[in-house]
Design a protein. Sequence first.
Length: 231
Amino acid sequence: MGDRGPVTDNIAGSSAPDTSLPADGYVGDPEVRAEWDNRYMDRQQLWSGRPNGALVAEVAGLTPGRVLDVGCGEGADAVWLARAGWDVTALEVSGVALERAAGHARDAGVTVRWVHAGLAEAALPPASFDLVSAQYPALLRTPDAAAERALLAAVAPGGVLLLVHHAGMDTRHEHDSEFDPADYVWPSMVAALLDDDWTVEVDEQRPRVAPDGGAGAHHTDDVVLRARRLR
């Protein structure tokens, strides 16, 4: 994937973006990349291939503009957004997932800018996206809240941050699964950083509109945080 300089330049100013995958130049933690590459390589298709229900519902009333899809996976949300008229930048740590996503975009005949990086390391242009969508992201916590602040920093004035996660995951015990919830960013942590420059439009738990099949299909409820940046 593209290195930091060309990717940022492409996002910031290109009128005719290159939608192919750039030469490998991943920016981020190599262990995180390897972990997710292995997860994707274990299955021919990890996710359902359909857009997430909360994204579809929350974007319905928005005017298409520039969107950042954080943790785009195999590209279902990115392709759906592009088809709906959005100018899509999609970020993902797994090169395996991005190869699949790029193939789906080509098959759909849509344009997507691909960024192979961790969110905190991507050096995205600040305050430049009308929508930042993070659907069930696996963002690692750091003492400086780098991932949380990167989410907020990417949203343009007047734009929307949409963060959706599985309800109850943040309170599970470490032995219940292969991960420790304390290691990850949850919507409440992002909400705690919102100041007077933001207004919260949605902050609730609701039944999940789940795509059929794919990993995570067993989760029944979502936590949805939608906040608009005022300035």
